[in-house]
Design a protein around this ligand. Structure first.
Ligand code: AMP
Length: 374
């Protein structure tokens, strides 16, 4: 997910897919213009990348020029097309192929057809890198299409949102829902994992549990797993550096996420600071930390019960459990203060039925979305 001005965008079409489509299109055009030297005319500003890549992929003699038109302001076409750079000289009697970045409503296409109708060109063809059939009025034929896409606002690969995003080598689509990132906080056994499983479905969020990632690595015998095991077996925290790097990898594996639920992270102040830095570097942020509250007696009982079914050795031994609580009191509890200072801390009663607790958490999360959507 990236942020341009006030909006979030998520990855949509990779640089590789774009290049593949261009190679195909260039071949097709080449076959149609075997015995000619066509003039390719890129439509600025959006088509500068497409024109550049297309020309590199075009294996034959050709010329290149540009016109400049504009019909976009913000997220939608204004319907009025301005001509900012007119038809180049010397196209009379020549074959012209227009290179347009995106075929949308058809306003720009219409303007181009009008511009060139006054000049006697030999053949006039239109190539669109991205084509939105649902939006296009169909007035003129689009001769070559790179990639057909649904009627969604896109940026990247020459296309902008209020001038930002043109330099991105791949295409992003707008993310309608605001991104919300949550930290689910609580002592071992507070029900973070159980609740995260419901919340991730309900709000379409990516759930990252550092404990789960460690256990997965232990099960698969990875280097990370071997390292983590020695700490987990004693009920101690895995060193910050290891955990922070692992978390960064997990976030980076999910560029399309609508938001994250961090479960079991951060567990130290250093981790909380590292998380803020990571979020900052991706123009994301933590919106709230929700702490599930329950007293130690209830938690110990829950953990011992869970240990019987899950087979987690750190849940089966009361000494290990007590040690995890000590680690929590000493290292993790200060994290609450960290978020409290930022006015992001929400305490939720963690005692009750699973659905009761989900409802309490949802009430908090709903207000976050409302605030972001406002
Ligand atoms: P959990 O499943 O969250 O209870 O985590 C199980 C164990 O994994 C913990 O007792 C720690 O040893 C380790 N672990 C999980 N998350 C972290 C973290 N953020 N920092 C350090 N150690 C962690």
């Amino acid at each position: 997910m990236i942020k341009l001005h006030d909006k979030y965008f998520k990855p949509f079409i990779s640089a590789g897919e774009i290049q593949e489509a261009i190679a195909k299109m260039a071949k097709q055009v080449r076959a149609d213009f075997k015995d000619e030297v066509p003039i390719f005319i890129g439509v600025l500003n959006g088509a500068f990348m497409f024109a550049s890549d297309f020309l590199k992929a075009y294996d034959g003699p050709c010329e290149v020029s540009f016109v400049k038109l504009s019909s976009y302001r913000g997220l939608s076409s204004t319907g009025i097309v301005e001509t900012l750079l007119d038809v180049p000289e010397g196209v009379e009697g020549r074959s012209v192929v227009i290179l347009e970045d995106v075929i949308d409503t058809g306003n720009t296409v219409k303007e181009l057809v009008l511009m060139f109708s006054e000049i006697n060109v030999k053949r006039f063809r239109i190539a669109g890198m991205f084509y939105k059939p649902e939006a296009y009025n169909g007035e003129y034929r689009i001769d070559y299409v790179g990639i057909t896409i649904p009627d969604r606002f896109i940026v990247g690969y020459g296309l902008d949102y209020n001038e930002l995003g043109r330099n991105l080598p791949e295409v992003y689509q707008i993310n309608d829902k605001p991104m919300i990132n949550l930290v689910l906080f609580g002592k071992p056994g507070a029900g973070k994992g159980t609740q995260a499983n419901f919340l991730k479905e309900k709000y379409d969020l990516k759930h990252i549990s550092t404990g789960d990632v460690f256990r997965y690595n232990i099960k698969n015998g990875t280097e990370l797993g071997k390292l983590a095991k020695s700490y987990i077996d004693k009920g101690e925290l895995v060193p910050d550096e290891v955990t922070i790097n692992m978390l960064r990898d997990e976030v980076e594996k999910n560029p399309e996420a609508n938001g994250f639920i961090f479960d079991g992270f951060p567990r130290t102040r250093a981790q909380a600071e590292a998380l803020d830095e990571l979020m900052d570097s991706k123009t994301m942020k933590i919106h709230a930390t929700i702490a599930l509250e329950a007293n130690d007696e209830v938690l110990i009982e829950r953990l011992l019960e869970r240990g019987k079914v899950s087979g987690r050795t750190d849940d089966q031994d009361e000494n290990k459990i007590r040690n995890r609580f000590e680690e929590y009191n000493e290292k993790t509890a200060p994290v609450l203060e960290y978020y409290n200072e930022q006015d992001k801390l929400h305490n939720v009663n963690g005692i009750g039925s699973i659905t009761e607790i989900t409802d309490r958490l949802s009430a908090v999360i709903d207000t976050l979305y409302k605030k972001e959507e406002a």
